[in-house]
Design a binder for this molecule. Structure first.
Ligand code: XMP
Length: 323
């Protein structure tokens, strides 16, 4: 798709957008729900460059993020950029609501609702704002205008916020851009690679990668395995070739041998896919030696894992996420 479009100068776009936001906002207050994803991060930085401390960014840490992610996001926005940044540590709340829940759609619903509730409570402390920032991008507008995509999974981003936050106008600085252009804007402003090159990550986070009931213990196992997978993919120089890659803590347990004794541990699945737009996807052929290294590291370093399998399913029929 990128090849068919006219190439636009994204550093000029950033400068114009910052000037426009500054003129529009004047001396008023702006609120942003910052998820750490590419779109909201780039929007927050544009608005921050335009109006500085008049922008408050709220980052809800759900406890469902990847290893170290919450801290990295906080470090960049709060320390590096000096933003007016609020991190809400809501792990206990989210895990409490999710306790005992196994149905994927139910998980999504709970997380979406809890997110809005947490955000609303935090926003109330700030009081009325004039503008709410949304990281809408061009494909979001096209997709929501058609009914060709039947509901397969209910996707939540921050869609429900406008209903509960008091504000006068929505700011959507990147609404006319495609994803690769949004990344380019971020890069032109010197945003770190881990943010601009971030792979797509589902709103419900790791909740849809722990099959069945979610516990903190399972999430921690998943985070470790996912971290090892990402580290090995990076070391093999494959990160740029894969659309999304992650581990899944399957609901299966399996017998293995650890330190000479019988062990009854978890089965971890590796998922790596290529895609253009996530509507269809193909599994990525990770070279065998790399796969071997990943498997050996995961079962060697994560005590609770006794088996590692590789998912060789395309979309369709299989979705990218397991839940
Ligand atoms: P599936 O699993 O449906 O995923 O093939 C397609 C893309 O969407 C992401 N995904 C989600 N994103 N909320 C989101 O914001 C969700 O509930 C959700 N579920 C899946 C998935 O990671 C992939 O990029």
């Amino acid at each position: 798709m990128a090849g068919m479009r006219e190439k636009r100068d994204m550093s000029a776009f950033a400068a114009e957008s910052i000037a426009e936001i500054r003129a529009k906002v004047g001396g008023k207050k702006v609120l942003c729900a910052l998820s750490g994803g590419v779109d909201s991060s780039v929007c927050a930085l544009l608005v921050h460059k335009a109006v500085g401390q008049q922008l408050t960014s709220i980052f809800v840490d759900t406890g469902l993020m990847r290893k170290g992610e919450g801290d990295e996001v906080e470090r960049v926005f709060k320390e590096q950029y000096g933003m007016n940044f609020i991190r809400v540590n809501a792990e206990e709340r989210f895990l409490g609501k999710l306790a005992g829940v196994t149905d994927p759609e139910q998980k999504r619903k709970i997380i979406g609702e809890e997110f809005i509730r947490v955000f609303e409570e935090e926003a109330k402390k700030i009081g009325a704002v004039d503008f709410l920032v949304q990281g809408t991008i061009y494909p979001d507008i096209i997709e929501s205008g058609t009914d060709k995509n039947k509901l397969i999974k209910s996707h939540h981003n921050v869609g429900g916020l406008p209903d509960v936050i008091e504000f006068e106008e929505i700011l959507e600085p990147v609404r006319l851009l495609y994803k690769d252009e949004v990344r380019e804007v971020g890069r032109s402003m010197g945003m770190p690679g881990f943010l601009v090159d971030r792979q797509p990550f589902p709103g419900p986070g790791l909740a849809v990668r722990v099959i069945g009931e979610i516990t903190k213990g399972k999430l921690d196992i998943l985070r470790e395995t996912d971290y090892i997978f990402r580290d090995e993919v990076a070391k093999a120089g494959l990160a740029g070739e894969i659309w999304q890659y992650f581990t899944v803590l399957t609901g299966l347990r399996s017998v293995g041998v650890k330190n000479g004794a019988r062990a009854y541990g978890y089965v971890i699945a590796l998922r790596a896919v290529t895609s253009e737009d996530a509507m269809t996807a193909d599994w990525f052929e990770i070279p065998y030696p790399v796969l071997r290294g990943i498997s050996e590291r995961i079962s060697g370093e994560v005590a609770e894992v006794t088996r590692v399998v590789y998912d060789v399913s395309g979309k369709p029929p299989s979705t990218i996420e397991w839940e």
